[in-house]
Ligand binder design. Structure first.
Ligand code: RIB
Ligand code: CA
Length: 309
């Protein structure tokens, strides 16, 4: 069972962003895609988004956004995603350019013009923060923000997850804006691994696209299996932020206050989750996703791949 939420996907493809795009193109009303620098420089994340939109037959508008975080200098994750931002397969040339470089205006105009729009950021939160700052009315107009980021552990540092770590100032703006927030953090997404069996199932889902996606996943897996204890494949982080809206029944969650550390030494970029069982404590601002039915989630990915042209 799924329902078709109306979303703008803000991403930094990125292997897992690519699968979030494919799942979103099948299961959501994809009003548009915006890109941000993160896993790779903006021109590469935008190029990769153009390619994936072609592969899933989507004509959704595409607008590029911020090419660097609000404060700290850009850092890229080529050690995970490769120099292209999406290494591991021979990819076709994109068929169309981005529609504009005005992602922030697109987000503002689209949310103001339509009801029940979810913002789904799967990269650093720079574009979302810029939109909220330029148009504070968005916080009460959006249906909510379903993001991949943060968690009870880090990956870029012991305490900070890459999306939040790269732009903590942007994350602080987003988590304090007052809009409903769904957070797919690493404690959840590390349970959503593209194991070899699941990669084979994705490959078998589409005669031509399957092998290409399998190559991407095997490349993506390397930085997990080779660098971590106990991983059987790549964590498909960003897909969780989409599935949380299209298939909420796959998840359990908890209502928590989440704050962002922007001044710490060891903890800069940490999502501080208030677990205290106090009667009087900071008011809840986030639905923290806790568990996922991973087999069912991967079955939805296979269905989305199978539905590509
Ligand atoms: O830490 C994981 C996140 O950082 C994912 O969104 C991945 O695509 C990278 O952007
Ligand atoms: Ca991402």
């Amino acid at each position: 069972m799924s329902h078709r939420p109306r979303i703008i996907l803000d991403c930094d493809p990125g292997h897992d962003d690519a699968f979030a795009l494919i799942v979103a193109s099948k299961y959501t009303e994809l009003l548009g895609v915006t890109t941000v620098a993160g896993n790779a420089p903006l021109e590469l994340t935008t190029r990769n988004a153009r390619i994936i939109l072609d592969l899933c037959g989507s004509h959704a508008p595409l607008h590029s956004g911020a090419n660097r975080p609000l404060v700290q200098p850009p850092v890229f994750a080529d050690y995970v995603h490769g120099k292209s931002g999406m290494d591991g397969a021979v990819l076709p040339e994109p068929s169309r350019p981005a529609d504009s470089s005005a992602a922030i205006d697109f987000i503002i105009d689209t949310v103001r013009a339509a009801d029940d729009v979810w913002l789904v950021p799967t990269g650093p939160l720079t574009n979302i923060a810029l939109a909220l700052t330029r148009a504070p009315d968005l916080a009460s107009k959006v249906a909510g923000i379903s993001l991949m980021g943060g968690g009870r552990l880090g990956n870029r540092t012991p305490t900070a997850e890459f999306n939040i770590w790269l732009d903590p100032e942007a994350a602080a703006t987003v988590f304090s804006c007052g809009a409903p927030i769904l957070m797919a953090g690493l404690h959840l997404t590390h349970e959503f691994q593209a194991t070899p069996g699941r990669v084979s199932a994705i490959e078998a889902s589409h005669a031509t696209l399957g092998p290409l996606l399998g190559g991407l996943l095997r490349f993506f897996a390397r930085s997990y299996v080779d660098r971590h204890v106990g991983f059987e494949g790549a964590a498909m982080h960003d897909v969780c932020a989409v599935l949380a809206l299209t298939h909420p029944q796959l998840f359990t969650s908890a209502q928590r206050f989440v704050g962002i550390d922007v001044c710490g030494n060891f903890a800069r970029g940490m999502t501080v989750i208030d677990e205290r069982k106090l009667i009087h404590r900071p008011s809840v601002n986030t639905t923290v996703l806790e568990t996922i039915d991973a087999d069912a989630g991967f079955a939805r990915i296979c269905e989305a791949v199978a539905s590509c042209p």
